[in-house]
Design a protein around this ligand. Structure first.
Ligand code: GLU
Ligand code: ZN
Length: 300
């Protein structure tokens, strides 16, 4: 399945089950849902559960339950990444075959002074070293430019970002590889996600090129920030979404993504609110916005 062959919009929301949804993740889910529905497209949900040490038991179910309660109904079956290991293994083999993947035996300590970008020490290595090692992708110092529907044209030098890990020393597949393989597998044409992931995009584009996948379109949303200017996240203890009475928070999420809401929308059922939002969605209301302070959001 490839994004170009159908021409039909396919979007997705791809949470990691590391905790319940919070207001920030709801706005990202909502924007990607509205963008898909306004285009008459499909909207898929993928649970990115390939990093057990970071996961919190029960949170995948809690996330899905929250999406349902907030009226964000997805198409088809939820895809769980833990069922996709064979596909990741195959992609890894293909990259090794093309000599674009190499074992890296560097320790965290050796790399400390070069953080955050890897200086390519192990690039000449081949074979399978008999010491613990990660596998890195040789991004060949490419310059990557892509159009972003919200943040305009983006350019990144892979020389600065460095060769990145695609298979971890602890035996787990890395996010960059899994997400690239699955976006292609699911025929995703449009990725709408937080700007905090924008420097993952050039990495994913280099993998798409190496694996022969057509590139999706991208839109990186502003993140919602707390009173200290930090992105709402599980790490800084953003509150879990309440699982009852979704209207007020859904309404607030609509104001966050630029919808021109008024009191008659606020007083509607959450299903009617969403119908209204699909009709009025315009992604360019968010043009060039990188952060939206939660405290500024009006709740009429
Ligand atoms: N699973 C990633 C996260 O929760 C997002 C993946 C994506 O949207 O590409 O941060
Ligand atoms: Zn190395």
């Amino acid at each position: 399945m490839s994004a170009c062959s159908t021409g039909r919009y396919t979007g997705r929301f791809a949470p990691s089950p590391t905790g319940p949804l919070h207001f920030g993740s709801l706005t990202a889910a909502l924007a990607s849902y509205l963008d898909a529905r306004a285009a008459g497209g499909d909207w898929l949900v993928r649970i990115e559960d390939i990093d057990p040490p970071r996961e919190q038991p029960g949170s995948a179910d809690l996330i899905l339950k929250a999406l349902e309660i907030y009226g964000l109904h997805w198409d088809g079956e939820v895809l769980y990444q833990h069922t996709r290991l064979d596909a990741y293994r195959e992609a890894l083999a293909q990259l090794k075959e093309s000599q674009l993947a190499y074992p890296c035996t560097c320790t965290r300590r050796q790399l400390a002074e070069y953080r955050p970008s890897y200086p390519g020490f192990c690039r000449p290595k081949t074979g399978t070293p008999d010491v613990p090692h990660a596998i890195r992708f040789n991004a060949q110092d490419q310059d990557i430019t892509f159009p972003d529907r919200i943040q305009n044209t983006q350019s990144f030098a892979m020389k600065e970002l460095g060769d990145f890990v695609i298979f971890r020393k602890d035996g787990l597949f890395a996010y960059q590889l899994a997400v690239t393989v699955d976006d292609e597998y699911q025929g995703v044409t449009d990725i709408v996600r937080g700007i905090d992931l924008i420097d993952s995009t050039p990495r994913q584009i280099t993998l798409q090129k190496a694996l022969g996948f057509p590139p999706p379109r991208y839109a990186h949303l502003p993140v919602i920030t707390n009173e200290f200017g930090d992105k709402l996240s599980k790490q800084n203890k953003a509150a879990a979404l309440p699982l009852e009475n979704p209207q007020p928070i859904l309404f607030k999420a609509m104001t966050a993504i630029g919808l021109p809401v008024d009191t008659h929308v606020r007083d509607a059922s959450h299903a009617d609110m969403l119908q209204w939002a699909i009709k009025h969605w315009k992604i360019n209301r968010l043009q060039n916005q990188e952060a939206i302070p939660e405290a500024q959001l009006s709740v009429i």
